[in-house]
Design a protein around this ligand. Structure first.
Ligand code: AMP
Ligand code: GLY
Length: 425
């Protein structure tokens, strides 16, 4: 079967690596891809915002499955436009992707379905938002409703910070994403991510992970798309996972199906493990980046078969997803300047040496320039390794990091610290 994979980050490199191992695969095409993805796929020049061009490509190359990596094309309705032409797609349609595309949509769904989450109010004007602050304590969480690349969330410690954040959002700091705002109660607890595949009716858990959102060691500095992750997140015990499926995932899947907009793809639930039990922080309509990299390293199975079963509504026929017991851990190497303006063009060497010890280096933001690999984005490489414990996985990942020569890059040195502390050294 020929497959088209859309996206260009470390998540898509990890997906390409795993898809390429399937005996069912004939040719993997990727658009736009990156030099890492090119090791497993034929890169094609395709504008994913041009849905007609994507459909046309599928027709000309007999594509049997389209895997959509990032959220933007999902929220834009690409999956619907492919499905109406008969192409199986891994990823939700436009309406179900509103789970990621609109925080207010998700909060309203939680209310209808009785899903545990923070108390909230949707507000449509600056004055309305400032007035609504009276209904919340401090700190208060202020969120741009739409897609804001993980940057549209402010935790305001004081009333004046809250007012400032509201003014920023309504004056366009996040563009159209901030035209509507959600105010939320601040939840206390440890965060964990949980992944589940669904075809709109069956649900298959796909493991847990923890990310590191802040740019600096010790969780300091500004938020990023994620500086490293590991899987599993052992705080999410099997009992808690079962509770998350029954109280959060299943009601979401059932409510969307009952409302005529079934969700098909992977549901990525950002959770807060509070004293009252797990609560939903937010949903994403895709695999996490870099969480996907650690999940793929643990996944033991045929990814083509599994994603096709999701796309064709045959998930109930699949057995449980097999994930290795080992812990996988990934360290993001970013370009200096990230998450502000990253330095582009810095040379990268030593990937083979890094992989020689068993680690995998996924490309997140690289380009090939005159035969040299260079940085071409904020997050550049995802150095991924596994071990019997977090300590072991962390040590292996940093050994690989240290084999890489990337003078204009940096990474956090403490990925996995929570689990390392729990495990004890
Ligand atoms: P989100 O983009 O909704 O995942 O939010 C980004 C980050 O903000 C989350 O990973 C949490 O650390 C934090 N956050 C969001 N909503 C809340 C909340 N209601 N209470 C506490 N922290 C939150
Ligand atoms: N690592 C966070 C995300 O993919 O949204």
């Amino acid at each position: 079967m020929n497959i088209l994979l859309l996206g260009s980050g470390g998540r898509e490199h990890a997906l390409a690596w795993k898809l390429a191992q399937s005996p069912s695969l004939t040719t993997l095409y990727a658009a736009p891809g990156n030099p890492g993805i090119a090791q497993h796929a034929t890169l094609v020049d395709l504008d994913v915002t041009d849905h007609r061009a994507v459909v046309d490509f599928c027709l000309r190359h007999s594509i049997g499955l389209v895997v959509i990596g990032p959220e933007a094309p999902l929220v834009d309705g690409l999956a619907d436009n492919l499905r109406v032409k008969g192409y199986p797609v891994f990823g939700p349609g436009k309406k179900a992707a509103q789970l990621e595309g609109s925080k207010g949509f998700t909060k309203d769904l939680c209310k209808r379905a009785g899903i545990p989450t923070a108390a909230y109010e949707r507000v449509h004007s600056q004055d309305g938002a400032i007035a609504a602050l009276a209904d919340f304590g401090l700190p208060v969480v202020i969120k741009a409703d739409g897609l804001a690349a993980g940057k549209g969330v402010i935790i305001a410690e004081t009333h004046s910070q809250a007012v400032e954040a509201i003014e920023d959002m309504f004056s366009g700091a996040f563009g159209a994403a901030g035209a509507e705002v959600v105010l939320e109660e601040f939840m206390i607890g440890e965060e964990a991510s949980f992944f589940a595949l669904t075809d709109g009716s069956a649900i298959l858990p796909f493991g847990s992970a923890q990310d590191h959102k802040r740019v600096g060691d010790g969780d300091t500095g500004p938020n990023t798309g994620g500086m490293g992750a590991y899987s599993p997140a052992r705080v999410l015990t099997p009992e808690l996972e079962a509770e998350v499926v029954e109280k959060i995932i299943r009601p979401t899947v059932e409510t969307l199906a009952a409302e005529g907009t079934p969700y098909s793809g992977v549901l990525y639930a950002g959770l807060m493990l509070t004293e009252e039990g797990p609560k939903l922080i937010e949903y994403n309509a895709r695999f996490g980046d870099p969480e996907c990299q650690v999940l793929m390293m643990r996944f033991d199975g045929d990814l083509v078969d599994l994603l096709l079963a999701v796309a064709q509504g045959r998930l109930a026929e699949q057995g449980p997803v097999k994930l290795a017991d080992r812990t996988a851990l990934t360290v993001v190497m970013a370009a200096n300047g990230y998450p502000g303006t990253p330095e582009k063009g810095g040379a990268i060497a030593g990937i083979d040496a890094a992989e020689a010890g068993g680690a995998l280096v996924f490309h997140a933001g690289t380009a090939a320039k005159d035969g040299t690999l260079v940085a071409n984005g904020g997050r550049v490489l995802n150095v991924t390794a596994s071990g019997h414990s977090v300590n072991e996985a962390q040590a292996a990942a940093y050994r690989a990091v240290d084999a890489i020569d990337f003078p204009t890059g940096f990474c956090r040195r403490d990925i996995g610290w929570r689990e390392v502390e729990r495990e004890g050294r």
